[in-house]
Design a protein around this ligand. Structure first.
Ligand code: S3P
Length: 470
């Protein structure tokens, strides 16, 4: 039923077209831009706004397929949501126990965040549900959430391989809290368990092996729901993410609490800004200002890594908006050098490695990434797909089990495949800025999952990109 398109009340998302990007070599990035809203925060604004009592207004919402899949899922569970219009939404919260049984399966497209967070939230509801996704999402590991949820008493059936569809039998009033040490640093697993913990008897505690994005915790606090954070919170209450030896963070939650509606201002997504941070860093003559970017310290690994490589990035006008740090980022071209990427920065830049590999290809010397096996289970196997594509472009890129070794040098032209992965498609587009011949990128339709404006914005800022739809 979902082969070609799925419908939100105002938007038809067409998944059948094949989109190819053609990038001419050279150019530089110049000017000012505000990239679209943060994807992680957009998902969470719908989830928590729906569970709140009262009306939540959201500004800066990301109108892209992933966040719209979450929005549609909550409409399917009886939540009235107006918009989005120019990134603005009005959510008429139904309260913590107000969701209704969906009439059909909840189709979540390409969105791992929707599926993993919803599995935790739906485990403790008074109704059953089925979560489905596209081909990529249906191949991604779900045991990382269903195993700890089972320890809480949840009943979720996966395929034999531990993948979606997820058949959830709601266990309202029957979940019990766990104290869980996550084997992997995953904000999705942490957030899933915190959402389940809101419906469990006792105090659910999640310990992370390394700090991961903390938007769920911050937004819960914004909705007046009690969450306790310990461990990595250092110096003046500032989350010490990324500090070597900061120690594991513990987050605790219980069913004692309710959410009160609030207004949310979603900043620009640093993961979308990342393409232009790298683009301007590698293209001589570039000078770019990216405005109102979320700079939560659990997300700024991209800035730290690029600076270690010699990038010229200034963080200006830092302020706090709705409990999240926001700043303008000024980036000017600067020759990069290869580095060994510190492992403690990996979870803090987890979505930015495809484009960081492009930066490494343009750097002088060798760049080595280790400790990043998680990249193999993202929207694609980002280690293999990037190594294959870079090799086609003549770059010496060797994949390893948990990372990549890249010798900087010239980037040539050629035809690469994004494997339906939005961040791969955008990363190879950015490579065009330093390529010596045109680059063709196939299979780019999923850029719409996170950054539908990418091609227009990239063109406006100076990338010579043409797009063909078949
Ligand atoms: C996300 C967490 C990350 C990230 C994903 C969004 C989130 O995944 O890769 O794009 O919103 O919580 P993991 O937590 O699995 O690393």
């Amino acid at each position: 039923m979902h082969g070609n398109a799925f419908l939100t009340s105002s938007i038809i998302i067409n998944m059948s077209k094949s989109i190819t990007f053609y990038v001419q070599p050279g150019g530089k990035l110049q000017g000012e831009a505000r990239v679209p809203g943060d994807k992680s925060m957009s998902h969470r604004s719908i989830m928590l706004g729906s569970l709140a009592t009262g009306v939540t207004h959201v500004k800066g919402f990301l109108e892209a397929e992933d966040a719209l899949a979450t929005l549609q899922a909550f409409r399917d569970m009886g939540v009235e949501i107006e918009g989005p219009v120019n990134g603005e939404l009005t959510i008429h919260g139904v309260g913590k126990h107000g969701l209704k049984a969906p009439k059909n399966d909840l189709y979540l497209g390409n969105s791992g965040t929707s599926m993993r967070l919803l599995s935790g939230l739906l485990a403790g509801q008074a109704f059953n549900s089925v979560l489905t996704g596209d081909k990529s999402l249906s191949g991604r590991p779900m045991k990382r959430v269903t195993d700890p949820l089972a320890m809480m008493g949840a009943d979720i059936k996966t395929t034999e391989k531990g993948t979606a569809p997820l058949h959830i039998t709601g266990k309202a009033g029957q979940l019990t809290a766990i104290d869980y040490a996550m084997p992997i640093a995953s904000a999705q697993v942490k957030s899933c368990l915190l959402l389940a913990g809101m419906y469990a008897q006792g105090v659910t505690t999640v310990t992370e092996p390394a700090p991961t994005r903390d938007h769920t915790e911050r937004m819960l606090t914004g909705f007046s729901y009690p969450v306790k954070q310990e461990g990595s919170i250092a110096k003046d209450g500032v989350y010490a993410a990324g500090l070597p030896g900061a120690g594991a963070a513990k987050v605790s939650i219980s069913a004692e609490g309710s959410l009160t509606a609030t207004d949310i201002d979603v900043p620009s997504d640093i993961s979308s800004a990342a393409f232009f941070l790298v683009g301007a860093s590698i293209a001589p003559g570039s000078d770019l200002l990216l405005k109102h970017v979320g700079v939560n310290p659990t997300r700024t690994g991209i800035i730290d890594i690029l600076r270690l490589m010699g990038a010229n990035i200034e963080v200006l006008n830092e302020r706090t908006v709705g409990g999240e740090p926001v700043a303008d980022l000024h980036v000017v071209y600067s020759p990069l050098k290869g580095i060994d990427i510190p492992e403690h920065l990996v979870p803090l830049a987890i979505d930015e490695f495809p484009v960081l590999f492009v930066a490494a290809a343009c750097a002088e010397g060798q760049t080595r990434l280790t400790g990043a096996e998680e990249l193999r289970v993202k929207e694609s196997d980002r280690i293999q797909v990037m190594a294959d594509g870079l090799q086609i472009l003549g770059v010496d890129a060797q994949s390893t089990e948990d990372g990549m070794i890249i010798q900087g040098g010239a980037i040539g032209g050629g035809e690469v495949i994004s494997h339906g992965d939005h961040r791969i498609a955008m990363s190879f587009s950015i490579a065009g800025l330093r390529a010596t011949a045109p680059i063709t990128i196939h299979d780019c339709e999923n850029v719409n999952t996170s950054f539908p404006e990418f091609r227009d914005l990239a063109k406006r800022l100076g990338l010579d990109l043409v797009c063909r739809e078949d």
